[in-house]
Design a protein around this ligand. Structure first.
Ligand code: SF4
Length: 409
């Protein structure tokens, strides 16, 4: 599904979002045009059933091949030994299990790992593994760049190239699991949680993201519970309204402000879908879940003197009073040329304490991996920008630098 915005605002950012989303064809899914073979990596169970039926095979082959690819990490049909020899040969004629190229791996001093992954067409995305007390979270990207251009986010400054296809999204999990798990004994799992909080807005790449998250939770693939897979959205409300019909992943919303005036500046999408509309949609998502005890996670990036004051915390307390949620406070992580400063520890803990006093579960996300530019909001990849936003941003930075030079003589 492609979500198209109706043009309702004169804002440059929104006009750009609308334009890009309307002009980039849905078929642009990262398929490697040099290969005529079907890449089975990004097919969910039903997609594989359809594929096997199309070549005259029984549907149980789908589960067999899912296990080979995702549980055992096998990419060669010749090694899939519970398939007949003739089927293996047939598969190698028409299909493949193709992974994107890992360009580099960066290891932070604190154990965080970042992979730079080249996709079809040459652009690169990043995924990040964050180990902490008994769990390991993998943050994956869903698009090459992002059209939404939140003012505090490095990804937004890179512009946008295209959606990742389902194989490119699930490949990020495959790469991390295979890199971190082989040779370990027993049930050791390095990657215990997956969050779609890397580059891109997941709900603007709806079909591919849904296929990938359902693979993450499939018993014959990665088998994560719905509590361990989290999709984070800036608030694409029409897509969020449909999400609960096709999956039951955990939901996070990137709020970052307690009122529309401030959020309009930080998250331009808010001018299209204001906070009240977004929170209504998030509650509808929860209502569709069989387990009524579930909560959404509210992400709130704290920026010095922007959204970190006590009155902001109190406003947030009121705003969220009717929404079952927990709040994740994220200290802003500066990136080259960013306009904001990191929140002070005093302001951050005072903010958290106000939320606690009001009865909310509020946690502060520790900054991890900033020595390798892998911290939250710092992911940039290498985007062949189709929006020219990255050039405008670089021009703006150059102007700023020039002004500083002139002033300082
Ligand atoms: S914060 Fe998320 S939605 Fe906003 S620009 Fe960055 S990647 Fe896109």
């Amino acid at each position: 599904m492609r979500v198209k915005f109706a043009r309702v605002s004169k804002s440059n950012s929104l006009t750009l979002i609308n334009k890009v989303m309307e002009t980039i064809p849905n078929s642009q899914t990262g398929a490697d045009l040099s290969s005529s073979k079907i890449n089975l990596l990004g097919l969910g169970e039903q997609g594989l059933i359809d594929f096997f039926e199309s070549i005259g095979e029984r549907k149980f082959r789908a589960k067999q091949v899912l296990k080979w690819m995702h549980v055992r990490g096998v990419t060669e049909f010749s090694e899939m030994t519970d398939l007949s020899k003739s089927l293996r040969e047939q598969l190698s004629q028409v299909a493949e299990v193709r992974l994107p190229e890992v360009v580099s791996r960066s290891d932070s001093e604190d154990g965080t790992i970042k992979w730079l992954i080249r996709t079809a067409g040459g652009s690169c995305v990043e995924s990040v593994y964050i180990p902490e007390n008994g769990r390991g979270t993998l943050c994956v990207s869903s698009q090459i760049g992002c059209v939404l251009d939140c003012s505090f986010c490095a990804t937004g400054k890179q512009g946008f190239n295209r959606d990742l296809d389902a194989s490119e999204i699930i490949a990020q999990v495959w790469i991390a699991v295979q890199a971190l798990a082989p040779g370990r004994a027993g049930n050791y799992r390095a990657v215990t949680n997956v969050v779609l909080m890397g580059m891109g807005e997941p709900l603007l790449n709806f079909d591919n993201v849904v296929t990938a998250v359902n693979l993450m939770m499939h018993d014959c693939a990665y088998g994560y519970s719905k509590r361990r897979v989290t999709l984070s959205t800036a608030g694409v409300v029409p897509a969020l309204d449909k999400l609960g019909d096709v999956t039951d992943v955990s939901l996070a919303i990137s709020l970052h402000a307690p009122n529309d005036e401030l959020r309009d500046q930080l998250v331009p999408l808010n001018r299209k879908y204001p906070i009240a509309v977004l929170l209504d949609s998030a509650r509808r998502y929860l209502e569709k879940m069989p387990d009524q005890r579930r909560k959404i996670t509210v992400e709130y990036t704290l920026m010095d003197q922007i959204n970190d004051r006590e009155e902001h915390a109190r406003e947030l307390v009121e705003l969220l009073s009717a929404t079952p949620c927990k709040i994740n406070l994220i200290p802003f992580n500066p990136f080259p040329g960013s306009d904001y400063r990191r929140v002070s520890n005093n302001a951050m803990y005072r903010f958290r304490d106000i939320l606690h006093e009001a009865g909310y579960t509020a946690t502060v996300r520790t900054t991890r991996g900033d020595d390798i530019a892998a911290a939250c909001g710092q992911l940039a990849g290498e985007v062949n920008d189709r929006t020219r936003r990255s050039q405008r941003y670089r021009d703006k930075q150059a102007d700023k630098l020039q002004t500083v030079k002139i002033i300082s003589g």
